[in-house]
Design a protein around this ligand. Sequence first.
Ligand code: 3HC
Length: 297
Amino acid sequence: MAIRKVGVVGCGLMGHGIVQVAAQGGMQVVAVESDKAALERGLGRIDKSLAKLAEKQVEKGKSTPEQAKAFVEKTRGLIKGTLDKKDLADCDLVIEAIVEDLAVKKALFKELGGLCKPSTILASNTSSFPIGEMAAASGRPERMVGLHFFNPVQLMRLVEVVRTDRTDDDVFAQARAFGEACGKSPVSCKDTPGFVVNRLLVPYMTQSLLMLERGDASAEDIDTAMQLGCGHPMGPITLTDYVGLDTTLAILKGWVERYPDEPAFEIPKILERKVKEGKLGRKSGEGFFKWDGDKKA
Ligand code: 3HC
């Protein structure tokens, strides 16, 4: 069975990108949000991103203005926004991209397990929670995988495809094929904390914040060091702003609670303090740096 119709629950930072790349891959997409304003914001982001991609295609001489316009219209035409989860019932694949809260995610998967057709594959874009727990809540653990995309979804070429002990081989193969159809390179991962990328990346970001907290170096110098010394596209402090301080904290809190003996999982006080102050990074206009829209102020 090929995946033709995809549902995405949550149209925020990650969700809107997943909706977009699935539509760019030629699939019909149902984007679900909990309120009208959030849905409009998500669809607005997709419009902006598609316009940017189209502009670049023309600039680089890869498309004529007419072809670029047709690409935007075709992609946008495949996306339907809704506030009603029942619209997911006939999707071949439903991907969850909601708040990083395990109880909320489990409740959603229980609901999806009840309302989607029996063949629907369920997937979570979680950064850090066990797929197995959500799979059990769904009531169809053999049809559940993790599909972990990276921010910004439109530009990052990786998707981690996570299988549990109970994931069906065919479901796993279909999930990988879906990732490829979205233009991504899939890597297979077991259901372990942080899978591959975040298990390495989040402790690295944590170390950079602890360094900042100790006053070993400034935020600017830590970032410059990793950009120029290691060729990273952005330094770890900017990357924390980019991922979201609240998201980073939620990942770490979950891990510290679940794996108290793992020394790599530690919560920097500076991170907790910033989140308390509402400084969440790029999305709130300030984190460790100040932001003006997508760019540093
Ligand atoms: N849609 C379309 N175009 C976009 C876009 C989007 N969403 N976002 C950026 N672009 C465009 C920009 O407008 C820009 O276009 P231009 O060249 O015409 O001006 C172009 O892409 C390049 O972007 P920038 O000028 O902002 O700068 P960069 O060249 O630095 O590229 C970046 C940005 C791709 C984000 C790069 O800095 C990068 O790779 N950073 C690292 C990101 C990363 O590590 N992500 C993973 C985070 S971890 C994660 O997601 C897991 C989670 O679970 C925690």
